[in-house]
Design a protein around this ligand. Structure first.
Ligand code: GLN
Length: 439
């Protein structure tokens, strides 16, 4: 019984690991592996261990969003992507650690503690899907799923030296993804090579009527092809520090061997970061109103009046970063300030969309460094604003809804660096074909 032993070994390794990449492991994974050995599991991912971010609902399995307020929550249903994994014979190995409600860039806001970077354990694995990236770099899963609202797949992929894709908005159903900012986020795949990533994307993409923003479009991994000579735009407004730029420029030399490369300027991008945070926090403040300590999650024995109970549960259940965002989001949406902040941010969003549309009518693909720096030391980003600024290259993609892949390029100081490849809506096969050529 081969798969059974392998999966049992993997679970042992996860339990002993000091990376803290998992919040929970699936004790039934060994049974699934046995079913595979008996020839009872079939499909595109038959017998393949997949790790799933802990904000993606799994029937009968803890789904905490790395928050105290959901520390005991077991969903009664599967997310669309989890149904698809099961239909294709995948083995869900466990649920991965993340920033609380996916709010963060380092996985330091997790109620369950920080995820360590497998390349240097004094550094972060990135966030918010830190566990989903670290578990691949640390050989604790084969592929994994994350979610990306403003960079949460691409940042940890970059910091952990793996591939991570934020799909086109609407390609992958969000049914069963516990929402942070609905208009920005997508579930997406992590893998250690383009081919694995493409197969996982094929499985999770496609029609689902339970998400009204789902496009109904499929992705086919067999569409990967020889791309020939392309026109590539290097985004001037997305850069990085010296280490990152020296790695990126080395990668650029490789790209230039196959393609025509030019610099392109998207001037609205300098307003993208504040616009993103206003929109994300506004949506978050509304989404998180549902955690009232009555229907599920954290409950308190104290029986005061309803308003006090509601406040007490939330005071105890949410961490500082989540509270900060609920307050700022509520402020931005309040009657007197709506026009000044939220509406302004939406206008910037339109400018960003138009800038990308212009650039992508001239270039086949756009490239840039994923993160402006190497993985941070644990505790390095002491104030929230410094943390938000680290998202400067990733958030414009979510404002526009475009797809973007982060792929590992040349390491610096023993640490991974990632390059972002951005394409037009639903051009995932072109992006992945281009990445495969550089692999
Ligand atoms: N770091 C960004 C934020 O905190 C993005 C997080 C994400 O993509 N979920 O909002």
């Amino acid at each position: 019984s081969k798969a059974e032993d392998l999966v049992a070994e993997l679970i042992e390794r996860i339990k002993k690991s000091d990376l803290n990449a998992f919040i929970s492991v699936n004790e039934k994974a060994v049974d699934d592996a046995r079913r595979f050995d008996e020839g009872k599991l079939s499909g595109k991912l038959a017998g393949i261990p997949v790790a799933v971010k802990d904000n993606i609902s799994t029937k009968g399995m803890l789904t905490t969003c790395a928050s105290k307020i959901l520390h005991n929550y077991i969903p009664p249903y599967d997310a669309h992507v989890v149904e698809r994994l099961k239909q294709e014979g995948a083995i869900i190995i466990g649920k991965t650690n993340m920033d609380e409600f996916a709010m963060g860039t380092t996985t330091e806001t997790s109620y369950f503690g920080v995820v360590k970077n497998p390349f240097d354990k004094s550094r972060v694995a990135g966030g918010s899907s830190g566990g989903s990236a670290a578990c691949l770099a640390g050989d604790e899963s084969v592929v994994s799923l994350g979610s990306d609202t403003g960079g949460s797949i691409r940042c940890p992929a970059s910091f952990c030296g793996v591939y991570g894709l934020k799909p086109t908005y609407g390609l992958v159903s969000r049914y069963g993804l516990i929402p942070y900012a609905n208009s920005l986020e997508q579930i997406g795949p992590f893998a250690t090579c383009v081919e694995d990533l493409a197969i996982l994307l094929e499985v999770i993409a496609g029609k689902d009527e339970r998400d009204s923003t789902n496009s109904g479009k499929d992705f086919n991994s067999r569409d990967l092809r020889d791309v020939g000579r392309l026109k590539i735009g290097v985004i001037r407004e997305m850069s990085g520090n010296e280490d990152v730029m020296s790695s990126f420029n080395e990668a650029l030399e490789v790209v230039k061997k196959h393609h025509e490369v030019e610099e392109v300027s998207l001037r609205s991008l300098k307003y993208a970061l504040p616009a993103y945070y206003i929109i994300a926090m506004s949506e978050a403040s509304s989404n998180l109103a549902r955690y009232d300590g009555v229907r599920y999650g954290l409950a308190l024995d104290r029986l005061s009046n309803w308003n006090d109970y509601f406040s007490e549960v939330r005071a105890e259940g949410f961490g500082d970063e989540v509270k900060r965002r609920i307050m700022l989001g509520s402020y931005a949406l309040s009657a007197g300030y709506y026009g000044k902040y939220y509406l302004k941010a939406l206008k910037v969003r339109t400018l960003v969309i138009n800038d990308f549309e212009r650039a992508l009518s001239k270039y086949d693909l756009l490239i840039a460094p994923t993160m402006p720096s190497l993985p941070f030391r644990i505790g390095e980003l002491a104030d929230p604003l410094t943390m938000y600024k680290a998202d400067v290259n990733t958030v414009p993609i979510n404002l526009s809804g475009l797809p973007s892949l982060s792929m590992p390029i040349f390491m610096r100081k023993g640490l991974p660096v990632g390059m972002q490849i951005i394409g037009n809506y639903f051009s995932e096969s072109l992006i992945l074909s281009f990445a495969k050529q550089l692999e």
